[in-house]
Design a protein around this ligand. Structure first.
Ligand code: KG4
Ligand code: ZN
Length: 350
C-alpha cells in the first residue's frame, strides 16, 4: 500500500484538549505534530473533572491549538486530507466541542470527516509511528474508564476476552488516591508515593485470579484499602503521611499482579506471540517493568507506546482515522457523539 494521507484529529473526550496531525499509509505513519492542552490544574481544586469547566476550556484551547499543530507540521489547513474527532465514550459536552470543530473544518475545506471510538484509539496506540501496520496481538487496555483484554486480529477485527465488572483500574487508582488524601489525578500520585513503600506491607486481595476467567474486579481491593485505613486510624479514619508509601505500594502491587497474570493467561491461551498495553495506567513504571519481566519470562514480544501516547492524545485518534480513510471509510456529517459509545461498536465491526 503506497497511498498516503494526512489526517488532523481532535481528542476532547475528557479534560485534555488534543490535536494531532499524522501522515502515512497503512503500514508506516509519522506524527507531524501532537499538541495537548491539559486542564489538570483547573480540575485539581475540585478533586476531579467538572464537565462544565472542561467543555468551556476545550472551546478556549481548541483554535490556538489547531494553529499550533499546523505550524509545527509546517502545513496549511488545505494540506489536510481528512478531519477526525473522538465520538465517545466520554463527557457529552466535551465530546461535542471537538466533534463539531472537526466537522466544521471538514465542511470549510470540503474534505471528509471521520468519527472515531476513543477506545479503538487507545487499543491501537502501540502501533502509531510504527512501520508494519496493526499486528495480531493480545491487548491490555487500562484507562480511567475501561480495563479490558482483547484479541486484536487485524485493524477493525477485535474480540473482547475480558473486562472489568466494576471499577476500571484507573478509576480504582483515582478513588484510592482520594481516600488517601492525594490530589487528582490519582494514578501518578500513587505511583510516586509507592516508590518508597513496601509492596508486601499489606496483603490486599487479588480478585478473580481463577485460571480462564479474564474479567477484572477492583472494588474489593478498594474496600480493603478503606478498611485498612480505618483499622490503622480508628479515631480519624484518615491515613497519616507516614502510612501512605506502604499503602500505595501494596495497593499498586495488587493491581499489577492481576493485570499481568490475566494478560499472560490470555496470551498463552491464544497462541499469539505479541502483547500490547495501552491507556493511561500503562504509563505506570512499575506496571511496565512487571509486564516486561513477565513477557520476557514467557517469551512474548511486548509493545507499549511512549507515555505521551498512553494517556489521552489525538495521535491515536488520527491513527484510527487514517486506517479507516485509506480503506475508503468516512462518516456522515450528521454523525453524533455518544458518551456511552460501547466497545461492542468496534468489537462487532467487520
Ligand atoms: O487513558 P486515560 O488518559 O484516559 C481515559 O480514557 O480514561 O487514563 C486516565 C487514567 C486515570 O485514571 C489516571 O489516574 C491513570 O490513567 N494514570 C495512571 C498513571 N498515569 C495516569 N495510573 C497509574 N499510574 C500512572 N502513572
Ligand atoms: Zn482515554
Amino acid at each position: 500500500m503506497t497511498q498516503k494521507a494526512t489526517i488532523l484529529a481532535i481528542e476532547s473526550s475528557c479534560d485534555e484538549t488534543a490535536i494531532a496531525i499524522l501522515r502515512g499509509d497503512l503500514m508506516r505513519t509519522e506524527i507531524l505534530s501532537s499538541e495537548i492542552s491539559s486542564q489538570i490544574e483547573i480540575h485539581r481544586e475540585h478533586g476531579g473533572v467538572v464537565p462544565e469547566l472542561a467543555s468551556r476550556n476545550h472551546s478556549l484551547a481548541l483554535r490556538p491549538l489547531v494553529d499550533k499543530a499546523l505550524a509545527e507540521a509546517k502545513l496549511s489547513i488545505h494540506d489536510i486530507d481528512a478531519f477526525a474527532a473522538t465520538a465517545g465514550p466520554g463527557l457529552a459536552s466535551s465530546l461535542l466541542i471537538g466533534h463539531t470543530a472537526a466537522k466544521a473544518m471538514a465542511v470549510a475545506t470540503k474534505k471528509p470527516f471521520l468519527s472515531i471510538n476513543h477506545m479503538e484509539g487507545h487499543l491501537l496506540s502501540p502501533f502509531i509511528a510504527g512501520d508494519r501496520g496493526v499486528l495480531p496481538n493480545i491487548s491490555l487496555v487500562v484507562s480511567g474508564g475501561h480495563t479490558m483484554i482483547l484479541h486484536t486480529q487485524e485493524f477493525g477485527s477485535y474480540q473482547l476476552l475480558g473486562k472489568s465488572t466494576d471499577d476500571a483500574a484507573g478509576e480504582a487508582y483515582d478513588k484510592v488516591a482520594k481516600m488517601l488524601g492525594l490530589p487528582y489525578p490519582g494514578g501518578p500520585e500513587i505511583e510516586k508515593t509507592a516508590k518508597t513503600g513496601n509492596p508486601d506491607a499489606y496483603n490486599f486481595p487479588r480478585s478473580m485470579l481463577k485460571k480462564g476467567n479474564l474479567d477484572f474486579s477492583f472494588s474489593g481491593l478498594k474496600t480493603a484499602v478503606l478498611y485498612t485505613i480505618s483499622e490503622l486510624n480508628p479515631e480519624t479514619g484518615r491515613a497519616l503521611p507516614e502510612q501512605l508509601p506502604d499503602l500505595c505500594a501494596s495497593f499498586q502491587q495488587a493491581v499489577i499482579d492481576v493485570l499481568v497474570k490475566k494478560t499472560i493467561q490470555a496470551a498463552q491461551a491464544s497462541k499469539l506471540t505479541r502483547i500490547t498495553m495501552s491507556g493511561g495506567v500503562s504509563c505506570n513504571g512499575a506496571l511496565r517493568d512487571a509486564m516486561l519481566d513477565a513477557c520476557q519470562r514467557h517469551s512474548f514480544q511486548l509493545d507499549i507506546c511512549s507515555k505521551h501516547l498512553s494517556t489521552d492524545n489525538a495521535a491515536m485518534i488520527a491513527y484510527v482515522a487514517l486506517q479507516k480513510f485509506l480503506r475508503g471509510e468516512q462518516s456522515k456529517l450528521d454523525a453524533d457523539i455518544d458518551p456511552n459509545l460501547p466497545l461492542n461498536a468496534l468489537v462487532l465491526r467487520k
